[in-house]
Design a protein around this ligand. Structure first.
Ligand code: SAM
Length: 358
């Protein structure tokens, strides 16, 4: 599974342009944090000494979870005694680098463990497409840039690396069906885990109203460079055919389908749903400084962190590093040659588990 995405990853402490405000330029993050704070103000607080459980679904190395979790804890602290425990549970697939996660929690100056004496951390290494926490225990859930990953590859994509750009209708349909099923499963299991009154805030890739998946210049550069790597015999044509990125954006209606027609899935409802184009902050920077090389390398580095590991899975292990380096520099050069703004369709969804009416 890929590492945390650079589009949302905060600029690391110690890098030249680190600042709290740089962190908040991350695509869509500011609005999602506001929704998370609002949720923290609205949920019922379990009676002390029970802990308030916050779940972070698809945490990766945890960097991008720190600001939202701090914001939620601050909002909760206006409603609780300072000694009521908050238990944050970071979840990801078993292959995730949980050591990196725990190092982030120990070392990052923005770690909630440094800011709140009664905050505790834990982790779960299981797919969130099943129930992974006990029923009725989670007060607040957070998930950013994670439910875009499908639970498996539903069908090979032989004419592109992403199904939405495939010319084959059957292939596109197979990916859309699994995306729909995965969203249903994600929602249904969170519905069990949430306490009555609890909320989950989800930020993920979307498909715009006009059907646009986005990132067109990026995918164009990627496909052109992959073709070139075949020509240069860095990879074979068969290896390229085997490469596929099983991620999915969803249209607004895809998010609401599990709740149709009543607007409810068991006790769950959608409290907020917004599909929007997030800001391309690399483009904004390029407009200020006209540094095409930086623009190209920022997007190529994002792409590498997000999906190269998945693409390289089609290759022998000893070829992967060379392939990733060549692909990153090639994509960076292509984007630098003709910088173009990316469309980044995103969705923010707030799920609410309504208390049962007696
Ligand atoms: C792009 S990272 C996002 C990390 C972080 N939340 C952020 O906003 O930057 C996606 C994470 O979701 C995790 N993920 C993907 N599918 C998952 C699943 N079925 N269950 C749990 N985690 C999953 C990946 O392993 C990866 O760590």
């Amino acid at each position: 599974m890929p590492e945390s995405s650079v589009v949302v990853r905060p600029v690391p402490v110690g890098s030249g342009d680190y600042s709290a405000s740089a962190r908040l330029q991350a695509a869509g993050l500011t609005q999602a944090i506001a929704l998370f704070e609002e949720a923290a103000r609205a949920i019922p607080i379990p009676p002390a000494p029970l802990p308030i459980v916050i779940a972070d679904y698809g945490a990766a190395n945890g960097h991008n979870s720190l600001l939202p979790i701090n914001a939620a804890i601050s909002a909760l602290r206006k409603r609780t005694r300072p000694d009521q425990s908050v238990l944050v549970t970071h979840t990801d697939v078993p292959e995730n680098d949980f050591s990196a996660l725990f190092s982030t929690l120990r070392e990052d100056p923005d770690s909630y463990l440094r800011h709140d004496q009664a905050a505790f951390s834990s982790a779960v290494g299981r797919s969130f497409y099943s129930q992974i926490l006990p029923s009725n225990t989670v007060s607040l859930g957070w998930s950013s840039w994670s439910v875009l990953w499908l639970s498996r590859l539903p069908a090979p994509v032989t004419d592109h690396v992403h199904a939405s750009f495939s010319a084959d209708e059957e292939t596109r349909a197979a990916h859309e069906r699994l995306a729909a099923r995965d969203w249903h499963e994600f929602v249904a299991y969170r519905g069990r885990e949430l306490c009555p009154g609890g909320r989950v805030v989800v930020m993920t890739m979307a498909v715009a109203e006009n059907g646009e998946f986005g990132y067109r210049p990026l995918f164009a550069a990627l496909m052109a460079e992959l073709a070139e790597l075949v020509q240069r015999e860095v990879i074979s044509a068969d290896e390229l055919t085997g490469m596929c990125i099983p991620i999915s954006g969803r249209r607004a209606v895809d998010f609401t389908t599990p709740f149709a027609p009543s607007g409810r899935l068991e006790q769950l409802t959608i409290e907020h749903l917004e599909v929007f184009d997030a800001e391309d902050r690399f483009w904004r920077q390029y407009q200020k400084d006209r540094d095409a090389t930086a623009f190209g390398s920022q997007w190529a580095s994002f792409l590498r962190a997000a999906v190269f590991q998945t693409l390289a899975g089609a290759l022998d292990a000893d070829l992967r590093a060379q392939f990733c380096d060549a692909l990153e520099s090639g994509v960076a050069a292509r984007l630098a040659d003709a910088p173009e703004q990316m469309q980044i369709p995103m969705a923010q969804v707030v799920l609410h588990k309504r208390p049962r009416v007696r």
